[in-house]
Design a protein around this ligand. Structure first.
Ligand code: F0G
Length: 418
């Protein structure tokens, strides 16, 4: 695969992150011709194999990835993911054909693992000893786990306040060094960008290897649907690496002939962190905002990949919108009632779909997939707080202090209609 600037097209050397001519983000392009039928068979055969590379929903698609020597690949069986029917979610949004594709079922419980396996494998192959990222928590945990597997040092920059405790505990478990900094995610990313890439491997989604791994989520989704294209794929948007990656993956599938049309992409931001939704509505350049949202994973005011992401949205005739924190909170609880747990950022998808159904951007009969990006246990404190409130889908723990009260409760639940 060849690496070139996504803005000016200049060719780039392999280990760069930014274009030497214009400073733009780099991207890989497929070089070879691929035969769709052969690839389909190859992927299906690998799915039945027990080789760790074949079982990974990233490395199974290695024909479409930058080459990494097999013995250097660091994999935790990422992207082996379920597609769940969304029964209550569909009812909530007024949709009739809805599914959740749950990227939170990854090894470190977020979608970051798909990109991280490629970024860390590449860094490991070229002999890097230290990897660094700025994070709202999930990138941190993922990088730390893959570094641990590669015997590399993980250095994480996070905002000192507003990050989920569970994500930090997980990152500590994997042995990372965490630097808690003043300022927000955007400031932390600026500091990472200021580091010398010859000393540390920068593995934020500005790293094109991350995007290559993350595009495999689109491959895995279409593979799970036997290459039948949905009408819409709905994603939460923060730094917008994932939107760029999904769009790239879908375009490649179309180019190769593995799918026959593009689904439309809808990106949902939290209203207090929605500079991309504004650009989509009003045009012009992105104006950074001071981000505010309780969906801390997407509390990002200056998304690094907005230009790439906008091109992908346009290419699919997609849309971008924002939803209030309360709407995200209720949507997350509704997804829970489907027996599927996700963290707040992921639930922006269902809240967004509800709006898109209300304003008829999406029709009731359209086939829609919501991409859930993180697991419920990533932010247990948020869930607990929701259930301690008066919110519409709040559920309470019933404190029972006598046998009679317990008998009454059993009577109540056994006679109640579900
Ligand atoms: N959902 C979750 C659960 C996330 O953790 C993130 C980003 C996103 C959605 C947004 O994805 O940035 O590619 O648009 N989390 C990053 C992190 C920033 O540091 O873990 P995006």
């Amino acid at each position: 695969m060849v690496l070139a600037c996504s803005e000016c097209g200049a060719a780039s050397v392999d280990d760069a992150i930014f274009c030497a001519s214009c400073g733009g983000l780099l991207a890989f392009a497929l070089e070879r011709e691929h035969d769709a039928a052969t690839l389909r068979e190859t992927f299906a055969a690998r799915r039945r194999s027990n080789d760790p590379l074949d079982r990974s929903g990233v490395w199974r698609f290695r024909d479409l990835l930058p080459a990494v020597p097999h013995e250097k690949v660091v994999t935790l069986r990422e992207n082996d993911l379920p597609l769940y029917a969304a029964v209550r979610g569909a009812h909530y949004a007024g949709a009739s054909r809805l599914a959740y594709f749950h990227l939170g079922m990854n090894p470190t419980a977020s979608f970051k693992d798909a990109g991280m396996t490629v970024a860390i494998s590449h860094a490991h192959a070229r002999g890097a000893r230290v990897a660094v990222c700025a994070s709202t928590g999930n990138t941190a945990a993922s990088m730390a786990a893959y570094c641990a597997r590669a015997n590399m040092t993980a250095l994480v920059f996070v905002p000192a306040v507003g990050i989920s405790e569970a994500k930090m505990a997980q990152t500590l478990d994997y042995g990372a060094t965490i630097a808690a900094l003043d300022g927000d995610f955007d400031r932390a990313l600026e500091r990472v960008r200021g580091l010398d890439p010859s000393r540390v491997a920068i593995v934020n989604s500005v790293n094109p290897y991350r995007i290559e791994g993350q595009k495999c989520a689109a491959f895995a989704l279409l593979e799970a649907r036997d290459w039948r294209v949905p009408d819409w794929i709905v994603l939460p948007g923060g730094n917008l690496g994932n939107t760029s990656a999904f769009g790239k993956g879908l375009r490649e599938l179309l180019e190769i002939g593995l799918i026959d049309r593009l689904p439309r992409l809808a990106v949902v931001q939290a209203s207090g962190a929605a500079p991309f939704a504004k650009v989509f509505r009003e045009g012009g350049d992105l104006v950074p905002v001071h981000a505010q949202t309780t969906a801390t994973a997407i509390k990002i005011g200056a998304p690094a990949s907005w230009r790439k992401a906008l091109r992908e949205i346009r290419a699919t005739h997609g849309t971008v919108l924002d939803v209030a924190d309360d709407a995200i909170a209720d949507a997350r609880a509704v997804i829970g009632r489907d027996g599927v747990g996700c963290e707040p950022a992921s639930a922006a998808t269902l809240a967004g779909l509800r709006v898109l159904r209300e304003n008829a951007t999406i029709g009731r009969e359209e086939d829609v997939v919501l991409v859930l990006t993180g697991h419920v246990l990533k932010d247990g404190a948020y869930a607990a707080q929701y259930h301690a409130s008066n919110a519409p889908y709040a559920n309470t723990i019933r404190r029972i202090e006598s046998d009679d009260a317990l008998t009454a409760l059993v009577d109540e639940v056994t006679t109640a209609r579900v």
